[in-house]
Design a binder for this molecule. Structure first.
Ligand code: GLP
Length: 246
């Protein structure tokens, strides 16, 4: 795991945008794994800016998002699908038919999870997977206790995660209890992973991910096994590391 520590959240965004833009310029038909969460939003704003001002084109890109809430239709304002439409898809030239998320409002979410996993495999796999990290160490919606060999599946959300994501809903009760998420093994198959974390609230999870044991207790620690994983941290997120950048 390559760890890069930069001064602040804005520097995290700019460095991640550089890595992502470079990947798209180099490989216009990139298969890109996307993440949601507040950490990612400034990155998408910056990619949209580069699309408009620097000519960065996503016309050849295929995207697969990590996860989606069970029970929310794609056009529900709180769905990850609608969020991605608003912050990235409709503001760039990415082809709508090349953007993929699990469908949250299907009658059989487990079947949908399997279909999604096969769609990823059928596309030739993900070249670059963007990731955030939950305060409890989750990646995607792989909560603590998730098998490190897990595949795309339905996962029950922990109370900690539902509480963190309450900000996007009208009340905590409105936060769905289940999600479809890429599994940890699915994520590890991406040819490269790029995880962003900002702020002191993430420091404990970040330290467990980078310096803790490989353990289902901190699902993000699975990235220790990935041959091409990069983590970009601001000072706050890096503040509990014992060994600094490595
Ligand atoms: C959410 C998402 C994750 C995201 C993480 C961190 O629940 N499912 O993919 O990376 O939690 O979110 P944030 O950036 O808002 O802290």
């Amino acid at each position: 795991m390559k760890t890069l520590i930069v001064p602040d959240a804005q520097a995290v965004t700019l460095l991640a945008a550089d890595i992502l833009s470079e990947a798209i310029w180099t490989q216009p038909n990139l298969v890109l794994g996307l993440a949601t969460g507040s950490t990612m939003m400034p990155l998408y704003t910056e990619i949209v800016r580069r699309h408009h001002e620097d000519g960065l084109s996503l016309a050849g890109v295929t995207s697969f998002n990590l996860d989606e809430y069970v029970g929310l239709a794609p056009n529900h304002p709180c769905s990850y699908h609608q969020t991605m439409v608003e912050v990235l898809f409709k503001q760039t030239d990415i082809r709508p038919e090349a953007t993929h998320l699990p469908r949250g409002n299907v009658s059989n979410p487990s079947t949908e999870a399997q279909r999604y996993e096969e769609l990823i495999t059928g596309s030739g796999g993900i070249d670059l997977q963007l990731l955030g990290i939950g305060v409890n160490g989750h990646i995607g919606f792989n909560e603590p206790g998730s098998s490190l060999s897990s595949r795309t599946r339905v996962e029950m959300l922990s109370e900690a995660t539902r509480h963190s994501n309450r900000q996007f809903f009208t009340s905590e009760n409105a936060v769905p209890r289940y999600a479809i998420t890429m599994g940890i093994a699915t994520i590890l198959e991406a040819r490269a992973c790029l995880l962003l974390a900002t702020g002191k609230a993430k420091a404990k999870a970040v330290a467990a991910m980078i310096e803790g044991p490989l353990s289902a207790t901190c699902p993000a620690s699975a990235l220790q096994m990935h041959p091409n994983a990069t983590v970009i941290l601001d000072q706050g997120a890096a503040s509990k590391l014992q060994h600094g950048a490595g």
